[in-house]
Design a protein around this ligand. Structure first.
Ligand code: BDR
Ligand code: CA
Length: 324
C-alpha cells in the first residue's frame, strides 16, 4: 500500500471476527481431555478459564489432568480448583472407565503442576461478570462448581449467555444406573440448581452420545495418524474405554460424550435442539439423577433445550481438525 492509493482500498481487508469466549468446567477424564483439546486448539474461541471438579477420578488427579492437557496444547489458560465432593453426597468415581489416573493409565506424567490460586467458584463468578452476556459456559462433569457459583452470586446465571452441558439421559436410559447418566447421577442436587437457575441450558445427553459419538478403533487410529503430539494423546488415552467396551459388549469402541458437547458448543449448527420441559430427580431410590423430560405438549413451560441429533461426519472432522 502506497501513500497515493485511495483510502477505501485500505479498508477492503475484512475485520477479524472477534473470538467467542468460553469457560469450561470439567473432571478429566479421557473424553474430557479430548474436549479440552478441541477448545484449546480452536482458532475461533478463547478459553478464558478452566474450572475443575471431582468426578471421573478424585479432585487432585482431575486438576493435574487438566493442567497436563493445557500444557500439551501450549499452555496459557488458568486452571482453577473446584469442589472435592458433590453438594450432599459422597463422591462416586468412574475410574473403571477412565483408568486409575483418569487418563487411560498409559504412563503420562500427571503430577507436579500448579493450578491458579483463585478458587473455581470465584473465577467462574468473576469471568461471568467480566464477560456478562457473551460468555459460553461448557460443563463436562458433575455440576457442583456451577451450582455453587449460582448459589453464591445471584447474577451468575443471568450473566452466562449460553451453557452447554454434557449430562442427562433424556430417553430415560442411563449409563450409571438404569435411569441416570454419570454427571447428573454424581450430583443431582447441583444439576437441579443449575436447571432451575434461569441460565439458558443445552443438554447433550447419553442418548445422543450413543447415536453420534461412538468411534470405531479404526476411526480412533485415523485420528492418531494425524501424527501430532495432540493426536497421539487423544487417541492413546482411550485404551481403557476400548477394553471396557469390548468386555461389556464384545466389540471395542471409543466413547466421546464430552467432545460431542464441545462440538455443539463450538459449532451450534451441527446440532438439532428440542425445547422441552425437564426436571431432575433428586430423591428416587431407583431414579436419583434421572433427567425427567415431560413429553406432553406444554410449550409455554419449556425450561431447557435438549440436543436430539448431531451431524456425525462434521463431528469427526472437528476431532481431526483439533489435532492437526
Ligand atoms: C460423562 O461421564 C463421564 O464419565 C464422562 O467424562 C462424561 O462427562 C458421560 O456420562
Ligand atoms: Ca466428564
Amino acid at each position: 500500500m502506497t501513500d497515493s492509493e485511495p483510502e477505501n482500498l485500505q479498508q477492503d481487508t475484512p475485520p477479524e471476527k472477534p473470538k467467542r469466549r468460553f469457560f469450561i468446567d470439567t473432571d478429566p477424564g479421557t473424553d474430557d481431555a479430548v474436549a479440552l483439546v478441541m477448545a484449546l486448539r480452536s482458532p475461533e474461541i478463547e478459553v478464558v478459564g478452566i474450572s475443575v471438579v471431582a468426578g471421573n477420578v478424585g479432585l487432585e488427579q482431575t486438576v493435574q489432568n487438566a493442567l497436563y492437557t493445557v500444557e500439551i496444547c501450549g499452555g496459557g489458560v488458568p486452571v482453577y480448583v473446584g469442589a472435592k465432593r458433590p453438594m450432599n453426597r459422597d463422591l462416586q468415581t468412574a475410574d473403571l472407565v477412565h483408568g486409575r489416573d483418569g487418563l487411560g493409565d498409559i504412563g503420562l506424567p500427571l503430577q507436579g503442576r500448579t493450578p491458579a490460586a483463585e478458587s473455581a467458584v470465584d473465577a467462574l463468578i468473576a469471568a461471568a461478570k467480566q464477560y456478562a452476556g457473551e460468555l459460553t459456559l461448557v460443563t463436562l462433569g458433575p455440576l457442583t462448581n456451577i451450582a455453587q457459583a449460582i448459589q453464591r452470586d445471584p447474577s451468575f446465571a443471568t450473566n452466562i449467555a449460553r451453557c452447554v452441558i454434557m449430562g442427562g439421559a433424556p430417553d430415560g436410559v442411563g449409563n450409571t444406573t438404569a435411569t441416570a447418566e454419570f454427571n447428573v447421577y454424581v450430583d443431582p442436587e447441583a444439576a437441579h440448581v443449575v436447571l432451575h437457575s434461569g441460565m439458558p441450558t443445552e443438554w447433550v445427553g447419553w442418548d445422543v452420545t450413543l447415536r453420534h459419538a461412538m468411534l470405531t478403533p479404526e476411526e480412533n487410529d485415523s485420528i492418531r495418524a494425524e501424527g501430532t503430539p495432540q493426536a497421539e494423546f487423544v487417541a492413546d488415552i482411550q485404551k481403557p474405554v476400548l477394553v471396557l467396551w469390548e468386555k461389556l459388549f464384545g466389540y471395542a469402541m471409543v466413547c466421546l460424550p464430552d467432545p460431542l458437547a464441545m462440538a455443539v458448543a463450538l459449532a451450534p449448527d451441527i446440532a438439532e435442539h428440542l425445547p422441552v420441559h425437564m426436571d431432575i430427580e433428586v430423591i428416587g431410590s431407583l431414579t436419583a439423577g434421572m433427567t425427567v423430560v415431560d413429553r406432553r405438549p406444554r410449550p409455554s413451560d419449556h425450561n431447557a433445550l435438549i440436543v436430539t441429533r448431531v451431524h456425525r461426519d462434521r463431528f469427526i472432522q472437528m476431532l481431526h481438525d483439533a489435532v492437526t
